[in-house]
Design a protein around this ligand. Structure first.
Ligand SMILES: [Zn+2]
Length: 280
């Protein structure tokens, strides 16, 4: 889709599954199961909707999905399917090569957001995008290297350490703008250092919510993931960002929604924000 002077492409890295209870935190299953059906292991479908921004300053990839370094046990736990089409094919399907990607921006370093930052080349792990600068938030890198017992299962050092070894990692503090108009901004809550990404071009705006609003079902303020380390900060950031996106008619991208990758916020008759999907 077009946004001002840039083109936006949703790049999907296949699906996976997460525990429905963990995805909706304090919201009871009797409420969430009408919107997201659970399988026989109580897992709901999740997508990995990354975003490729085609600008006059080159291609910027925002997040890179699950990657292909995960073993059989991991793939079973998270319900990943072997025949799902993956991020590299999705990029070539849009007519681009991996070499053309100039910037890779990671909203945070959980395994479902930076999996294709790297790939195996024989025994060695190398950057997947050979000509890219990889933008990583400095405090998130520090935390990923020394996580707590509660969140260490979310991190896999293979997704970032090879970038430092290859000299292609570029750390930033709190905010970054890899190309004009594409901005990462810290929005605490999911963890201490996650960023959302805003895109502004020709007077139009879009936002990539990452895990601040992972699916359209997380638009209602109290629908917050149980995974979040600081849920009250997630709440505060949703109360700040969602009305801003609604007022500005921003195009919204939902990274984990299996049905609606993109949409605009609309206000219902009862004053609640909901999503009007945009086909993309
Ligand atoms: Zn996630």
């Amino acid at each position: 889709m077009r946004l001002g002077e840039v083109n936006l492409h949703v790049i999907r890295d296949g699906g996976f599954r997460l525990d429905g209870g963990a995805m909706f935190g304090v919201v009871p299953k009797v409420l969430w199961e009408t919107r997201a059906r659970a399988d026989d292991r109580n897992r709901i479908r999740m997508s990995t909707n990354c975003l490729l921004v085609e600008t006059s300053d080159g291609l910027v990839l925002i997040d890179s999905g699950l990657g292909d370094k995960n073993d059989e046990k991991f793939r079973d736990i998270f319900g990943m399917k072997d025949d799902d089409s993956r991020l590299p094919e999705a990029i070539s399907g849009k007519g681009f090569s991996l070499e053309e990607v100039r910037h890779v921006l990671s909203t945070h370093l959980h395994f479902d957001h930076c999996g294709w930052n790297t790939r195996y080349d024989g025994e060695k792990i190398v950057p997947t995008f050979p000509n890219a600068t990889y933008w990583l938030e400095r405090s998130e890198v520090a935390h990923a290297r020394n996580p707590t017992q509660r969140d260490r299962a979310s991190y896999d050092a293979r997704n970032w350490e090879p970038l430092f070894e290859a000299g292609v990692a570029r750390e930033f503090d709190d905010a970054a703008e890899p190309v004009p108009g594409v901005r990462a901004v810290k929005a605490r809550g999911h963890n201490a250092d996650m960023c959302v990404v805003t895109i502004e071009s020709g007077g139009e705006n879009a936002v990539f919510w990452a895990d601040l609003v992972p699916t359209i079902h997380h638009v209602p303020y109290p629908w917050i993931m149980g995974y979040d380390l600081y849920p009250l900060e997630t709440l505060a950031n949703k109360q700040e960002w969602l009305p801003r996106a609604h007022a500005g008619e921003w195009t919204c991208f939902f990274e984990h929604d299996p049905e609606v990758a993109c949409g605009k916020l609309v206000e219902s008759a009862r004053g609640k924000l909901t999503v009007e999907p945009i086909a993309i």
